[in-house]
Design a protein around this ligand. Structure first.
Ligand SMILES: [Ca+2]
Ligand SMILES: [Ca+2]
Length: 596
């Protein structure tokens, strides 16, 4: 263990996969360890396919809502698009001009999320004070994205920094490989999944939570890396943790279980999934099972895997579910646990013991990325995707019309070479369910139906009973403010949401009343979900601007800091520290330091 030279990137013991870069004010605490995974990760092992999570693309993003709000507030609409807007709409009837808005904010990474184990009958971590025993267990003390079921981590956070650029606020910065997964804190370790593009290497790494030093790294053997969306990353799903074992999902490589020392316990192969954007949904835990939701173009399913053996317990097909990238939430209602599963157009409740679909509610977007937020007896579901806003809907023309325009050889099918419409070509892969290279009416109509039924909204639900609860369960519905990727934050009766352009909408969770519609300093897309602690809500934009807003009914921006490194992962708060993962590094900020 050698101290790292202050401020100098230093390759770790003979491998340059992780480099520690000591913050000058804290360099004495930096040490490094040799990697401990040599036996698990031999180079040249025959690899296997695996997939990653990636970002769905929608084609025209009308951005009407953003424009309306920006106009009313006098905001600038400037933003930096990741790609030129696609404005050609021919086969699709776009009932709204695309304007100068950002094209499509894809989805994120984000993805990710989780759940956690909670004391019986109580639904959320905020109640953990009543479950001291559970709170003392390793599992209960672990923290990862939405392990708090959407609430904050309780009352023990803080002090947290008011300014990330204040002197002493940065405890350490550690350059890490790319990845959109959210850091997992467990047993004094920070777990990350990573991807190195040059070597096509997918890995799970463990860092010391105090110092950031590398403890171990495990690489999964892969023959190929499946393509991801332009904003996606193969290391997108956030691991789950139960106090003893980590459950790491690498798309079509499947689910891998490690102990806290990095020893592989089992591997459950999965995929490949039919989805050119890959898979980003994250594993969640309930009872003795690991739950996975995989909604892709074909063969979507929800499944449970035995935590200890890696064997499948049950698998429930989701034949009507087209691609989406949400993650299930565990909800306890009337003393019974349910899996809340959000997919395209529909939120459903499943019995975790056997996978039975108990009820469902329609009214979701055509691509759903945020995860359900569960309160005690309420569920909040926000979803948005291009083409679902009232007055800005995208509709697919009829099959007869499309045939008339494109079917040059009059065989009743549309070959890719026949279609001259960019909007259809953009979606050709997902529409061509049998991957035959041409579209038939059944494939066309299925996609048209998804557009027809899509709704962008925030729903407050109180489901009770079985079957279709669309009408019965709805308490209120808000048509604006729903994010594309970032999961809402429910705290102290306020539902916080951040969507592209940095628009933050705060709703009264009981009534749905708008408390405020404002904008944080960072423009552009938002993939990271907001988190809260110590009276502050932290936001992070794709372009790397982190903003701190006072957690109060009124609106007050405390500070903003530009990392100048892209951010996709959701920050994690633990006591007086906040961990922020950028595309290049993991940062640990501390509120106790001088200057805060
Ligand atoms: Ca044809
Ligand atoms: Ca076909």
């Amino acid at each position: 263990m050698n101290p790292v030279e202050c401020g100098t990137p230093v390759p770790l013991s003979g491998h340059a996969d992780l480099i520690m870069h000591a913050a000058p004010e804290d360099c004495a605490s930096y040490t490094h360890l040799p990697r401990s995974d040599e036996t698990e990760n031999p180079k040249g092992i025959p690899a296997q396919p695996w997939a990653a999570r990636r970002n769905p693309v929608g084609i025209g993003d009308p951005c009407k809502e953003q424009r309306r709000l920006a106009h009313s507030k006098g905001w600038s609409m400037n933003r930096i698009p990741a790609a030129p807007p696609n404005r050609t709409a021919t086969a699709f009837v776009v009932v709204l001009s695309l304007g100068a808005c950002y094209p499509n904010s894809p989805n994120q990474p984000r993805i990710m999320s989780y759940i956690r184990k909670i004391s019986q009958g109580l639904g959320c971590w905020a109640m953990a004070a009543t479950a001291a025993l559970a709170a003392n267990s390793p599992e209960a003390s672990s923290k990862f994205f939405r392990s708090d079921t959407g609430k904050n981590f309780g009352l023990k956070t803080g002090p947290l920094p008011d300014r990330l650029d204040a002197p002493g606020a940065l405890r350490w910065r550690l350059p890490v490989d790319s990845g959109h997964s959210t850091p997992v804190l467990c047993g004094g370790k920070i777990i990350l999944t990573t991807y190195r593009d040059a070597e096509k290497e997918l890995a799970t790494v463990a860092l010391d939570q105090e110092t950031g030093r590398l403890l171990w790294k495990q690489v999964v053997p892969t023959a190929r890396i499946e393509p991801v969306h332009r904003t996606g990353n193969p290391a997108a799903s956030t691991p789950a943790f139960d106090g003893e074992r980590l459950y790491v999902f690498f798309g079509s490589h499947g689910l891998v279980c490690y102990d806290l020392d990095g020893k592989k316990l089992w591997h459950h192969p999965l995929g490949p999934f039919q989805d050119e954007f890959g898979s980003s949904s994250s594993p969640v835990l309930v009872d003795d099972k690991v739950i996975l939701q995989e909604d892709h173009d074909l063969n979507s399913f929800l499944m449970a895997i035995d935590r200890s053996t890696g064997q499948m317990v049950w698998k429930t097909p989701r034949p009507d579910a087209v691609r989406s990238y949400s993650t299930p939430t565990v909800w306890t209602a009337n003393g019974r646990k349910q899996l809340l599963v959000a997919g395209a157009l529909e939120l459903a409740g499943y019995d975790p013991s056997n996978g039975e679909k108990l009820w469902w509610v329609n009214g979701l977007a055509r691509i759903v990325i945020p995860i359900p937020v569960a309160a005690q007896d309420m569920i909040y579901m926000a979803s948005w995707s291009p083409g679902g806003d009232s007055g800005a809907r995208i509709a697919l023309e009829s099959w007869a019309s499309a045939l008339g325009r494109f079917d040059k050889n009059k065989d009743g099918k549309l070959a890719k070479a026949e279609v001259e419409d960019a909007q259809v070509l953009d979606r050709f892969f997902r529409m061509d369910l049998d991957q035959s290279g041409d579209l038939i009416q059944k494939e066309w109509d299925r996609h048209a139906e998804v557009f027809r039924r899509a709704q962008n909204a925030v729903l407050a639900l109180k489901p009770s009973g079985r079957g279709d609860l669309t009408e019965k369960a709805l308490l209120w519905k808000h048509p604006r403010g729903a994010p594309y990727v970032a999961t809402p934050l429910l705290d102290n009766g306020i539902l916080w949401m951040v969507k592209d352009l940095g628009i933050v909408t705060k709703l009264d969770a009981v009534s749905g009343r708008v408390l405020s519609e404002e904008r944080v300093p960072g423009i552009g897309s938002y993939y990271a979900s907001p988190v809260t602690g110590d009276g502050k809500v932290y936001f992070a934009s794709e372009l790397g601007v982190a903003s701190i807003v006072a957690n109060q009914p009124g609106w007050r921006v405390i500070s903003s800091h530009d990392f100048k490194e892209k951010i996709y992962a959701t920050p994690v708060i633990d006591r007086d520290r906040i961990y922020i993962r950028t595309e290049k590094a993991l940062y640990c900020f501390q509120g106790k330091a001088a200057g805060n």
